[in-house]
Write a protein that binds this ligand. Structure first.
Ligand SMILES: Cc1ncc(C[n+]2csc(CCOP(=O)(O)OP(=O)(O)O)c2C)c(N)n1
Length: 569
């Protein structure tokens, strides 16, 4: 019990606000301590049966709150269930603190029930780990040091608890060995209450030096130098680039290619439907590329960033989580002034016809976007699904609903985020006056797993101390929805998220039709293989699935069916 209390105490003092827990006996000391903290409003706890759902819920909570979130599990396979979310968190730099309960060392390897090798189980996917077998009594102090290190990594701090930008943020693993008895003696109830109360006072009085967790890096553009050079430069804003990408592009009059989850709040420099301009004279005339964030959505952007004759730079204000040093072609630049010198200013640069570099791009993008909007309008009036018209139509509706209703938009992986990428109305007359919605996506590894749970986490991040849940709209395909359907199982004692899920049901993984398999699937020798092994049609009534989990779990599901008569698959 002492270890559970000590570890949670340190985490709360460091800034932990949310903990997700799944039931189990070995983790009982953590559960009882956590219950006391929850009852006194020190942390917000969330209970989920399925550890995979629990871990993606934690991922969503951490994504939105930009601070570490705890996940408590019992021993055995329960710990392994966390792997996908831990992998995603590692690659997208999201801080999670895994607290796995374990048997004491003398029982490990002995065939004891529900006992396996938990230390090191996450391999390279955690930024720090510690096996707490004797904490806080360990005489050598090594476990205390290792725990302090893991906490500092999770909270983005160095050993002196100053902001640390040299280690990437990400998940850490605390393995806690608990011996019997696993339940607190009855008299401990009062002591746990006192502890929770005093911890609440301490955290509220803000006196402890560890109480400020550094939020994930927010960069502000200040005094960009006068840049006299001019190159035909474009700025790419990949996932989690942040508003700095737009500010940078604006200050140098550069066109901006922004992915939906770039994290922009305004996008005056955005080029609509930018990827459709690949192959144009403008595209061919690009000389330099500046990258913010992690781009994953399109082959034109991948090709641009791999182009051997272009000069490329990537903005790295802190150690990035999404690539290893030396593994990318772009020059890493951490200083914005140096980056501005690299990019050059296009204020005075004109292209053929006398247009400015920026206007030429924005006009070309607008023209393509208008054509795509014609396809969307045609689909909406006739039901004819030409190409990705149905996907673009739904993506646009979800974006506009999110913008108008003040919802956060979460995009699942696969086609729809790419449809949104090409149809996003960043700065059109139609979107004038509309706020840009906050958009998230799990682009670390672009898995189709955990999407509903991540959405619930984003929604519940604000639900501290009785605050209402944030409205979140999820845009996803039918397979993505089914993959995580069991995350709609939210118990009656739990805080409810506020979710609307827009599902495009095209009866399988439509993305494969857009990849090489689509062509092969037309060949009689391969069509059955492609359908069964890639598309995976499901024959499930998705609305029934949603209903099965109950009307009162805070989730509304809208199914948008695309049948083959409409030109779908
Ligand atoms: C966890 C995981 N498993 C498998 C994949 C490979 N994959 C990518 S997209 C996709 C199909 C998604 O189908 P759906 O959600 O219906 O979206 P659509 O392709 O129709 O847009 C699959 C299986 C993945 N990205 N992640």
């Amino acid at each position: 019990m002492m270890m559970a209390v000590s570890v949670l105490d340190s985490l709360v003092r460091a800034g932990l606000e949310h903990v997700v827990i799944s039931p189990g006996s070995r983790s009982a000391p953590l559960a009882y301590a956590l219950a006391a903290l929850d009852a006194h409003g020190v942390v917000s706890s969330h209970v989920r049966i399925d550890e995979r759902s629990a871990s993606f819920l934690a991922l969503g909570l951490a994504k939105k709150s930009a601070t570490p979130v705890g996940i408590v599990t019992t021993s055995g396979t329960a710990v392994g269930e966390l792997m996908p979310a831990v992998m995603e968190a590692y690659h997208s730099g999201i801080p999670l603190v895994v607290l796995s309960a374990d048997r004491p060392p003398r029982l490990r390897g002995s065939g004891a029930n529900q006992t396996t090798t938990q230390p090191g189980i996450f391999g390279t996917f955690v930024r720090a780990e510690v096996d707490l077998t004797d904490y806080p009594h360990d005489e050598s102090g090594a476990q205390t040091v290792a725990l302090a290190h893991a906490l500092s990594v999770a909270f983005g701090k160095d050993g002196q608890w100053r902001d640390n930008t040299s280690t990437p943020r990400g998940p850490v693993h605390l393995n806690l060995a608990f011996d019997t008895p696993l339940t607190p003696p009855a008299k401990l109830g009062k002591i746990l209450t006192q502890w929770a109360r005093s911890l609440k006072d301490d955290v509220a009085s803000d006196s402890h030096p560890m109480s400020h967790a550094s939020a994930l890096q927010v960069q502000v553009l200040e005094d960009i130098p006068d840049v006299s050079t001019g190159y035909k430069t474009v700025v790419i804003a990949g996932d989690s680039a942040g508003q700095i990408a737009q500010d940078f592009a604006e200050s140098l009059a550069l066109p901006l290619f922004a992915e939906p989850s770039a994290g922009l709040t305004g996008a005056q420099n955005a080029v609509l439907s930018y990827r459709a301009l690949q192959g144009s004279e403008l595209w061919k005339s690009i000389e330099r590329v500046v990258l913010f964030g992690h781009p994953t959505l399109s082959r034109p952007i991948t090709a641009l960033l791999e182009h051997p004759s272009l000069e490329k730079a990537v903005y790295t204000p802190a150690a990035p989580s999404w690539f290893e040093p030396g593994q990318r072609a772009e020059k890493p630049i951490s200083d914005l002034r140096e980056l501005a010198q690299f990019a050059g200013s296009t204020q005075d640069l004109t292209v053929q016809g006398g247009e400015s570099w920026l206007n030429a791009w924005q006009n070309a993008g607008r023209a393509v976007h208008e054509d795509l909007m014609d396809e969307v309008r045609r689909y909406r009036t006739t039901g004819k699904n030409n190409g990705r018209a149905a996907g673009m139509s739904l993506a646009l509706s979800s974006w506009e609903a999110a913008a108008n209703n003040g919802e956060v938009l979460l995009c699942g992986s696969s086609n729809l985020i790419r449809d949104l990428d090409i149809i996003a109305p960043w700065n059109t007359a139609r979107s004038a006056g509309q706020p840009v919605p906050q958009v998230f996506a799990s682009r670390g590894l672009a898995g189709i797993d955990g999407t509903l749970s991540v959405g619930a986490g984003i929604s519940l991040a604000s639900a501290l101390n009785g605050e209402p849940a944030q409205s979140v709209r999820i845009l996803c395909g039918d397979i993505t929805f089914l993959h995580d359907a069991s995350s709609m199982n939210i118990g009656p004692l739990e805080k409810k998220p506020h979710l609307t899920v827009d599902v495009l049901d095209d009866n399988g993984g439509g993305i494969f039709a857009t990849l090489e398999h689509g062509q092969l699937g037309k060949h009689p020798d391969f069509s059955a293989t492609v359908e069964r092994f890639f598309t995976t049609p499901h024959a499930v009534n998705l609305q029934d699935v949603a209903h099965a989990f109950g009307e009162h779990n805070g989730i509304t599901v809208n199914i948008h069916r695309v049948s083959s008569q409409e030109g779908g698959k």
